[in-house]
Design a protein around this ligand. Structure first.
Ligand code: PXP
Length: 246
């Protein structure tokens, strides 16, 4: 049992429901139904990544989710003029800016906030003007955290992929980097989220990082849902997050 002071929230990324649908370019499984089931299981928000290559989530999914789900929609997006145009039309409650590469299997790392500054600043400012809570997906690097605060972001989402992939002593080191970045983020007034590669086991040490107020999890929950359904897969993760035990 892990002692914690604030209740941490759970955002569910349902991109891979769309991955399955796009395998046949058909109608099923329904992304909207998945979102509703995730809500029933206790999701605090629904995340979808509208990729430039549209490999899973499609524009129509984003508009439909924005209209029909009850919990906040978190739109993951790259810094791209075309995607920004759609985001401004959808006006989701939250947007998370991520790097994107055509050939990657999934987002491979955090944004470098020191490169491609002008489009980055334009994107952040345009979203903030629409009252969208902007989070920046960054590696647990202190300079990046400081820059996120300077850019006026509402939140950072700490990329936990390196932590998730590490083993042994390296895992401890990655955890320490996350702890330090989270503490600094909080000190600078940023909300601190975390995500990528998290599952029903490796999330435990992160529950004890009090600055992290939200986890965004996709692949492990959608995978578990294959066997128990989405609502229960979400409920199980939610129970871990709220009680610190399985
Ligand atoms: N957070 C961000 C910014 C992501 O890009 C992703 C993957 O789309 C996730 C969280 C969820 O990662 P996973 O599917 O590995 O749980």
């Amino acid at each position: 049992m892990i002692a914690r002071t604030v209740s941490q929230k759970l955002g569910i990324n349902i991109d891979h429901v769309a991955t399955l649908r796009q395998a046949r370019l058909g109608e099923e499984p329904s992304v909207l139904e998945a979102a509703i089931e995730a809500e029933q299981g206790g999701a605090d928000s629904i995340t979808v990544h509208l990729r430039e290559d549209r490999r899973h989530i499609q524009d129509a999914d984003v508009f439909e989710l924005a209209e029909k789900i009850y919990v906040p929609l978190n739109l993951e997006m790259s810094v791209s003029a075309g995607i920004l145009k759609i985001a401004l039309k959808v006006s989701p409650e939250k947007a998370c800016l991520v790097p994107e590469k055509r050939k990657e299997l999934t987002t491979e790392g955090g944004l470098d906030l020191f490169s491609k500054r002008n489009p980055l600043i334009r994107t952040i400012d345009a979203l903030l003007a629409k009252k969208v809570d902007v989070s920046l997906f960054i590696d647990p690097v202190e300079d990046q955290v400081r820059e996120a605060a300077r850019l006026g972001a509402y939140a950072i989402e700490i990329h936990t992929g390196s932590y998730a992939n590490a083993v042994g002593k390296k895992k401890e080191k990655e955890l320490l980097r996350i702890r330090r970045a989270a503490r600094l983020g909080r000190e600078l007034g940023l909300r601190v989220h975390a995500g990528h590669g998290l599952n029903y086991e490796n999330i435990f040490p992160l529950l004890a990082v009090p600055e992290i107020i939200e986890f965004n999890i996709g692949h492990s929950i959608v995978s578990r849902a294959m066997f128990v359904g989405i609502a229960r897969a979400v409920q199980e993760m939610k129970k871990i997050i709220t009680s610190g035990k399985c």
